[in-house]
Design a protein around this ligand. Structure first.
Ligand code: HEM
Length: 352
């Protein structure tokens, strides 16, 4: 481990924790004049060592996460001094270009490439842990469904795989429910969300990140057939996400838009259609919970009339409307003038 990375796990966390406690005590997202420049300078001091000690040909994605965590904290504490940050911006850009990803930290760096938090506060620890667990559960479901696609929908092995996918999606729902019950919405809003926001790397601003920046959820959508790769709304969701997922997830998204939906295959060979419909219901239920128990109380209710609070940049009402459209797709609720799988699912249910 490099000196920079050791600092990220120790001094960096201590500084962020002190500032977050002060902001929270003031009931604000930010408070000036607390000495936040220390984060900027302590990181900058160690950065030359990082390049020396770390082979850029090694674990570049993890390294991008390290530089990115530092940059996100500087943006969060409003200490983005151009001159001081220039070397960090240059390194992040070089790593991002070589990997074909946005040159910033994304959620995968926190929960899939090690376990890293900005502070030692219990709410952030719980948030990152439970979020990571939900992502891992989505991965299990996607893995099982990919195997259904290759095994063939009438294989006796499919019964087990569909059960595995359903259980994994039920786990997503449980982890998200525990998150909703454990993390304090105000702590999330004032002290966790601000690290996820858009920030500058060099001359360009990169959008903020969220817990949905991984491939599995979209693989599940497309494999099940609840969302379609030729639906312009959904095409935009996937294309927009590409630079914000790890390189291997990009490859998986490229493949996911080419697969034939399992829904069509089960309509032709409905032997295990009942189990397939259970998986669809579990996916819809988990995502409906994301909307009702996370987006609404943790973001909408906290924001009040404030609109400029989302990770990605558009006004909150636009983001929430887009997420509501995704809820309709994943729960197969008909939506006027838009694609939805309700009719095909109804036909499949008749075959069970
Ligand atoms: C307090 C907790 C959470 C809140 C407030 C929240 C809110 C949001 C918001 C507002 C977005 C839209 C991104 C934007 O444009 O800003 C989003 C996206 C997303 N979130 Fe969450 N989220 C939370 C936790 C989670 C967790 C634990 C998961 C599970 C892995 C998750 C899965 C997703 C997914 C998959 C997307 C991408 C859009 C999609 O494909 O549905 N979120 N979330």
């Amino acid at each position: 481990m490099t000196e920079f990375e050791r600092w990220l796990g120790e001094g960096f966390v201590q500084l962020n924790t002190v500032f977050e406690e002060a902001y929270f005590a003031a009931g604000q997202e930010y408070a000036p004049d607390l000495g936040q420049e220390e984060v900027l300078h302590e990181g900058a001091k160690r950065l030359p060592g990082l390049e020396r000690e770390h082979s850029l040909e090694g674990d570049r994605y993890r390294l991008l996460g390290s530089v990115g965590l530092y940059l996100a904290a500087c943006a969060r504490h409003r200490v983005e001094d151009e001159e001081v940050l220039a070397p960090a911006w240059a390194l992040a850009t070089r790593l991002g270009t070589s990997l074909g990803v946005a040159p910033r930290y994304v959620f995968a760096h926190q929960s899939l490439y090690g376990f890293r938090t900005f502070t030692s506060l219990p709410d952030e620890q719980a948030f990152v842990r439970l979020n990571g667990l939900a992502v891992v559960a989505y991965e299990r479901a996607a893995h099982a469904l990919r195997l259904v696609a290759t095994t063939g929908v009438d294989s006796p092995v499919v019964e087990h795989l569909l059960g595995e996918a359903r259980r994994a999606l039920e786990d997503v729902l449980s982890f998200n429910r525990v998150l909703a019950e454990t993390v304090d919405p105000q702590r999330f809003y004032l002290g966790i969300r601000p690290y996820f926001r858009s920030h500058r790397v060099g001359t360009q601003v990169y959008r903020g990140v969220n817990a949905g920046d991984f491939a599995a959820v979209n693989e599940i959508d497309l494999l099940l057939g609840l969302c379609r790769a030729d639906d312009p709304f959904y095409q935009r969701i996937v294309a927009e996400k590409l630079p914000y997922v790890p390189p291997d997830h990009q490859t998986r998204l490229h493949q996911a838009v080419l697969v034939e939906p399992l829904l069509h295959r089960f309509l032709r060979e409905p032997l295990y259609a009942g189990l397939f419909l259970d998986v669809c219901r579990a996916h819809g239920a988990a995502y409906a919970l994301h909307h009702g128990r996370l987006v609404k109380p943790f973001l909408e209710a906290q924001a009040g009339a404030e609109q400029d609070v989302t990770a990605s940049g558009p006004p909150l009402s636009v983001v929430v409307a887009e997420l509501a459209h995704l809820v309709d797709l994943r729960t197969a609720r008909p939506r006027a003038g838009a694609f939805g799988a309700h009719e095909e699912l109804r036909r499949l249910a008749e075959l069970v």
